[in-house]
Ligand binder design. Sequence first.
Ligand SMILES: Cc1cc2nc3c(=O)[nH]c(=O)nc-3n(C[C@H](O)[C@H](O)[C@H](O)COP(=O)(O)OP(=O)(O)OC[C@H]3O[C@@H](n4cnc5c(N)ncnc54)[C@H](O)[C@@H]3O)c2cc1C
Length: 430
Amino acid sequence: MSAKPSIAVIGSGVAGLSAAYGLRAHASITLFERDDRVGGHASTVEVEDAGGTLGLDTAFIVFNAPAYPNLTKLFDELGVDSLKLRSGFNFFDLDDGMQYGSEQLGLSEDEVTARYPDGFQNTWREVRRFHEEARRDFLRKRTDLPMGEYLDRGGYSEAFRHGYFILLCTAVWSVPAELIWELPATTVIAFFMAHDEGGLGGREVDWRTVAGGSISYVRKVIAAVDPKVRLNEPVTEIHQDEDGVVVTTAAGTERFDYAVVATHADQARDLLQNPTPAQQQLLEPLRYNASNVELHTDASVLPVDRSQWRPWNYGKVTLDGQLRTYVTYYLNQLHGFTSEQDYFVSPDSPFPIANEKVIKTFHYEHPIIDLAMRNAQQTIYRVNEGTRLKLCGSYFHSKQQYYDQIGSHEAAFSSGMEAAAQLRRELGAT
Ligand SMILES: Cc1cc2nc3c(=O)[nH]c(=O)nc-3n(C[C@H](O)[C@H](O)[C@H](O)COP(=O)(O)OP(=O)(O)OC[C@H]3O[C@@H](n4cnc5c(N)ncnc54)[C@H](O)[C@@H]3O)c2cc1C
């Protein structure tokens, strides 16, 4: 019997893990990871608290079965438990004191008029209008433009943009406020339609977290694949030819029959020494945004009334004359545990977080989803046809969920699955 082909998987985020999982029976897999741990954005910090170990997720946290079918199937196959969370969000405007939650958006017009000030009434009406008009425009294919232009066309107010829209989008796509306007309107509206039907802001979506944190599924994938894991080993160059792929690290060069490059697109662009024209054309225009994400216990980032805290908390404040919007995840509610200690995740907090309350700081990068990235989706999977080197990552869409499911854990997982399926086909494996 001939030996199994050797495959280098570069990057151990969900895309790389998914590719490795799909190839586990067909190849000898070496997993290169520049960090000292596997998982990429599946990044859990485990702390001892409440008489046990709490897994605190700091990037990928939530999923739901309808929008994440492939990931859900993996979790079922591996026996990964998930926990339903009590969904909901809280908006607070530190400039004018306005604060409201997702429950208030679900009230009737009469109730809102009777109980809330004009500022909230106006926002409530525009939120309603946006969700009705956006759905209609989407179905009539009138949304093929950047989000900022779409909102201009509809005459949406600054209060709506900064008191609702920007806040939700910052959290969903992990991009700063100034990049929200570049998001393709189609992608944003498709997300809202998929997650909004049962209540504005996704209140009634069956959001879930991985029990014990996402590290729990990462450990199960690694156990199922049993690859040669090479931590702390950044790949510095990749060269492809007709017979295989040469991977360079500080330890030297190694030849593999195939490689799956599961880093971000801009990192892949730097690594590939002789990209094919299709690889170059795909990778060239794709952009990323970097965030500093702090896992901490400093409750001063949220308003004092803790009865208003929700899993997702969106704030708006003017600092030094500049409008800042930000999100804070309240992990106790997201992960559904009870502890006297409050745990938060704050990406790019506009306020300094007390040093002694910071558990760990992470530097994450995330694709900027603009029209260039969405347009690339139409042909993106062709890039992997017939090449020794396959690309994957969250800059690919999920084929099951269409072009607008980009940037999520499902998108990244699905892209790794497709890279593995393409390789299996080329290897003649079923
Ligand atoms: C703050 C935040 C919150 C998020 N929350 C959610 C959420 O709740 N739900 C959701 O669906 N999505 C969420 N996301 C999106 C998340 O990024 C994707 O879900 C997905 O995890 C990205 O996977 P990936 O495999 O493409 O990239 P990554 O997970 O980033 O993996 C890439 C890996 O490649 C490694 N690497 C890079 N260069 C090299 C090199 N030269 N050599 C070796 N290794 C290398 C990196 O170290 C990393 O481990 C969030 C993102 C952020 C930033």
